[in-house]
Write a protein that binds this ligand. Sequence first.
Ligand SMILES: Cc1cc2nc3c(=O)[nH]c(=O)nc-3n(C[C@H](O)[C@H](O)[C@H](O)COP(=O)(O)O)c2cc1C
Ligand SMILES: CC(C)CC(=O)C(=O)O
Length: 380
Amino acid sequence: MDDGAFAGFSEQARRRLPRLFADYIDGGAHGERTMARNRAAFGQWGIVPRGLRDVSSINLATQCFGRSWALPVFLAPLGFAGMFHAHGEQGAAYAAHKRGVGMGVSTFSIAPMEKVAATGADLMAQIYVFRDRALTRDMLERARACGMDGIILTIDTAITPVRERDMRNGFRHLSRPTATQMAGLLRHPSWLYGQVRGGAMPNVGNIAGYTGSRGVMAQARDVVAQIDAGLDWDDLAWLRATWGGTLVVKGIMHPDDAIRAAEIGADGLIISNHGGRQMDPAPATLDVLPAIAQAVGGRVDIMLDSGIRRGGDVVAALALGARAVSIGRPWAWGLAAGGARGVGLVLDTLAREISDVMALAGLPDIAAVRAAGRNALWRF
Ligand SMILES: Cc1cc2nc3c(=O)[nH]c(=O)nc-3n(C[C@H](O)[C@H](O)[C@H](O)COP(=O)(O)O)c2cc1C
Ligand SMILES: CC(C)CC(=O)C(=O)O
């Protein structure tokens, strides 16, 4: 796979992590065709160099979902991220805070959201609605209580499809670690030491009741099984009525769904195929972006994720109608490779590339990128 600007981080992450976790991060659903298509779609677009424009200062400041960030980049919610490095979700949030960007905290965060919120970062709580709505209500109340004024409802995960790498490794498919899994953990002593020192084999600590000694893999299997496959548009309306803050719907891939979510009162949309981890085969997110942007016509802000690996990818997405992008695996690799510092370096790497591309395209700020639109782009 082409990990773009993050190849060094992903390589190091794969060295540092037991295979179980490295494959969980890297893998996708079924034949991983969606994952490949996400990357290929960015390869279809060039950005046309322009000169004789004043680009002596490049400003990456961005507004999206009613928030202000220093970059048009958001850290996507990632489940079980605390297993990738002892700094965990707090480390990532710390890096996001330092760089002035936002972050989604997964329902399946290893660290309880209260601990992540204590970093002071601009966070949004990602919500998987459970069959037991009391758990979901509890999560909304906790999000509000720890000062988060935005939530992200993920809608592309009614079921979790086969992810062949996870099946092979027994990720979420076993209730007890196998000898192979144990040997894999022991072959990564520095990772293991960090995990033990950081909390002695963590729990899926963000969900009430999921603590104890059963082991994080058994917990992961059980909490994922809690996701309600019966979720429908009435539930979105319920959530809209229940949650007074910003409500963003993640996993939109069709213009009709975008329009319906906006009509129900969502404040924002994330065009996402979950990084190719859910539907396979699905279209690339960049390919569905123009029709969705046209359908919503500026009524709600659009963020895009799945396959962002270069600054040029970000600029192409913004020129085609996104207000910002989010990155998933790149920050997981950064975290695994170097904790909070690694996540910070991932953001710096992307910021530098975005800035390079904008300068050489004669686009000094994000408003200029959006205004240029397709005029800045070349379809190969
Ligand atoms: C390890 C991992 C865990 C994820 N966990 C969640 C999750 O708990 N909730 C969610 O909405 N999306 C989850 N996602 C999807 C991401 O939020 C995001 O949509 C995706 O990673 C973007 O694609 P990219 O990894 O190619 O950047 C996860 C993705 C990865 C790689
Ligand atoms: C549904 C879970 C397996 C967590 C998740 O969103 C992911 O791994 O992509």
